[in-house]
Write a protein that binds this ligand. Sequence first.
Ligand code: S3P
Length: 169
Amino acid sequence: MRKRCSLVGMPGSGKSTVGRQLARRLNVPFIDLDQRLEEVLGATIRQYFEERGEEAFREREAQLLAELTAAPGDMILSTGGGAVLREDNRTRLLAGGGSVMYLRATPDEIYKRIRHDKTRPLLQVANPLQRLRELYATRDPLYRAASHYVIETGRPTVNTLVNMIVMQL
Ligand code: S3P
């Protein structure tokens, strides 16, 4: 079994939670792209968005993703929800991210999970549910294009999701 796997999906789809548990199960390093970025940027993602704008953030995100997917070895990589927006990121994930899993959740499910979360810059708008629906409409095809498998996250527990992923590795 290859213990190299990347997770893509909407903000709040469970990438970090599932990724951390999957890494623990497989006993391999867990890398959270957003967390690494915050270390590299010396700022929270929210601060960086506010101060430098989304384009600057996407540039740094692409650089770090390129480094991580080029480095060999076992890992579980949890990406940020917008990492699939750039075509070269999608190509890099498919080629160097190991098995790429799309954790699919509907906008309504996500809204229930993260409606009180203030750390996600894209959702600090008057109508976050509407925003999630718009994001989902444009991104669902991109998550599919950037992944090898789609994992439906609706009902299963985190543990079950980890089992489902392990079966595909
Ligand atoms: C973003 C998702 C965030 C983070 C940034 C942008 C997006 O990651 O990278 O706020 O464009 O969907 P999560 O998916 O971990 O929330």
